[in-house]
Design a protein around this ligand. Sequence first.
Ligand code: SF4
Length: 485
Amino acid sequence: MPLDERTHAWQETGHEARLWSKRDDGVVQCHLSPRNCVIREGRAGFCRVRVNRGGELQTLNYGKSVAMTEETIETEAVNHYAPGAKILSMGNVGCMMNCDYCHNWNTSQARFVTDDVVHTYTPEQVVESALARGIKVISWTYNDPVVWHEFILDTAALAREHGLINLYKSAFYISLEGATELVDVMDIFSISLKSMDPVFYKRFTKGRLQPVLDATQYVYQRGRHVEISNLVVTEANDKEEDARKVAEWVATNLSPEVPLHFVRFHPDYKYTHVGRTPIERLERAREVAFEVGMKYVYLGNVYDNPASNSYCPNCKNMVVSRYGLIAKSSGLTADACCTGCGAKLPFVMLPESSKSPLEVPEVPATDLERRDHFWRGDVRAVHVEVRNEESVPRMVRARVLGGPNEGTVIREVPVLPNSDFRFICSKADPDDIGVTLEFPRSVGMKSYEVYDRAHFPTLEVEAAPTESDSVPLPVFLGVPSRRDE
Ligand code: SF4
């Protein structure tokens, strides 16, 4: 595959890649994903971020990332590990798949990635950033971490040395060699299993099913914490039978105790001729999974639905309540026993996220700016991007707007000196009508509405104002999916 006609600055520098072999004629073969791309001099693999330069395979995205973002672990479809924990999300550029309905297409498809969204970080900066904010979990996420292999291995190893946890959120179309290298540094795998139908994989993702299953089983057998999510795409994989096959595979090949998440889709990229997944189809998928014998089945990207909560399968006590991206594990003891019946449940508990060790000077109230953001319809979360150009850290707070919790701080995010940062804020209670963002006047701020959990692309609220109940999204101007296939 040729590199893009218009080369961006982020594509100019490369870093030595792992997992490849060389032929005598200067052609290289990449072994990171099951595509095993054969790449001639000056050309790129399917992902467009691994190139043959001078007969060597180089990766173009080492240390190149979208803005690091503070979220909560539920954003990543992880409900049984440190409920409510803050995470530092890191996403990069490129993907080894090209799903028609991708929710992150502006970054997963490297040809759309312009220099203005690319940030450069070293492994040390990522780890320092997590530590400075009191964050214990680094999440490798968004586009797909598989194609960021080298940077992840280096950074995750360093993070572990500092006592941090690594979470890998991926479609997991990865070779067993790649998975083997990852297992040594990862603690949690949140794997997006798109369907149990090989034809679906080929048609909608341009990948293959079997390698995903093999790699998933491998990391589970190596004892890592695994949760499975299944994006239920309207009129693509939303039938009962689809859910049954996914649940049966997880129950048989992993365990009925592995958490399974059916996640609501929104139209995006090339797949926009349908609406969001009807809630009834998600609820039916969940029922089917219980019928199969799964013990913990969740719905993702839904509000006001009990299927976000965790229940003890023994006594039905609600052990973790969730609203949006806020979780409270008041029904679990510190060693993950149900407070109702004492049963030991498959949760990993961490002590509460520590407060940031940073000394952040407060600014006088008169130097604070406040911006209200109102929830409406499906708009119940917002990404906030902040820039601090001063030489001292600054604090940004999000307070509840409306309802009995009016004024309560739900996010308190330090912004390091001379840096930018992003965090997610979501509706935290049914009575909230919005959120007030409070920040020093010296801090620059932009906000981007998102559907419930993180995704790219997004449009800045000020640039794309809308009165509708939906999140404004950039429009893909290429060829949409065929509807009649
Ligand atoms: S990571 Fe996969 S898609 Fe990218 S070059 Fe390697 S084999 Fe090809």
